[in-house]
Design a protein around this ligand. Structure first.
Ligand SMILES: [Zn+2]
Ligand SMILES: [Zn+2]
Length: 305
């Protein structure tokens, strides 16, 4: 009833529990009685106990069954569980905000298989805003996540092979390529191994997507191009498993560019494929021919200015 209807018509309802007269009933109870009956954080009644997988190697939290694949956090797991519980108990349309305030007690100890989480929950249940603070227990299942399991097992899905056209990549280029590779790794990616070779660098990668992304980024920053080829490696769970080679080719020296060999800088006049480069010593203006063997020690000049 609306107040505008006059005092007589107000409060013609009452709360069956406490007897208080009120016009405002929630589930036929007054606000106070209704609120009293609501429990937002009810550890004992939680339909599904809150569980989270912890990787003993990297310390990461994972959800789902089996080897941890999907990364999560204690906050996320608690928030999802409480929200689900409230919605199941009071209806799916309920507004509900969960704020995890922290872990109770000190940090996780190695032997402990549970943590107590303190949290604050705010929910609008049938139009009544209710706030509650409490603690809840989360049980930890310790194991090894998929990523760590693979690292330990020496797993890799592909190799990014960095070479240069008609020359040998300079160490600086390989260092840059390496940095690009590491900075472009996603959460689940890893580089189990790198092999420095006479003709370049092999970077082992955890997934095909990772290899492709790394190759693309290297080419974007250092020039050149890349191609992919895959080889059947074996079968797992009835599916073919491939390993992919990403052949990254950094660009050859070009006419007009400057190259460094030791402390000398040369300007490239002509590139003779497979033979060497005709060039001019920038300091003396002297024309000279650098054989392939010598140009293998050359670095592109402009990269490192
Ligand atoms: Zn009441
Ligand atoms: Zn791990």
């Amino acid at each position: 009833m609306k107040e505008s209807r006059g005092d007589k018509e107000r409060w013609n309802k009452f709360c069956p529990k406490c007897g208080k007269k009120t016009d405002e009933l929630f589930d036929s109870l007054c606000r106070a009685c209704f609120t009293k009956g609501i429990k937002l954080i009810d550890a004992e009644k939680l339909a599904i106990p809150i569980r989270v997988n912890v990787c003993e190697i990297c310390g990461g939290y994972f959800k789902g069954k089996g080897a941890g694949k999907e990364r999560t956090s204690i906050e996320e797991v608690v928030t999802d569980a409480i929200r689900k519980e409230i919605r199941e108990r009071y209806g799916h349309e309920q507004e509900c905000k969960v704020r995890v305030e922290g872990l109770v007690g000190n940090e996780l100890k190695d032997a402990e298989n549970q943590v107590i989480v303190s949290l604050r929950v705010k929910a609008g249940i049938k139009g009544v805003e209710i706030e509650e603070r409490g603690e809840i227990e989360v049980s930890l299942k310790r194991g090894t996540c998929e990523r760590c399991g693979r690292i330990t097992g020496g797993y890799y899905a592909g190799i990014v092979q960095i070479r240069a056209d008609d020359r040998i990549p300079a160490d600086e280029e390989l260092t840059m390529a390496e940095e690009i590779a590491y900075s472009g790794l996603g959460d689940a990616d890893f580089i189990p191994k790198e092999t420095k070779l006479k003709e370049g660098l092999d970077i082992y990668v955890s997934s095909m997507e990772c290899g492709r992304r790394v190759s693309r980024q290297i080419v974007k920053k250092l020039g050149g191009g890349f191609s992919e080829s895959r080889k059947l490696y074996g079968r797992k769970d009835g599916r073919n498993v491939y390993r992919v080679s990403f052949s990254v080719r950094l660009p050859a020296f070009k006419k007009g560019e400057k190259v460094e060999i030791g402390d000398k800088v040369f300007s490239v006049v002509k590139v003779r494929k497979e033979k060497g480069i005709e060039c001019v010593d920038v300091a003396t203006g002297e024309r000279t021919f650098l054989k392939k063997k010598e140009t293998n020690k050359a670095r592109r000049h402009f990269f490192f200015l």
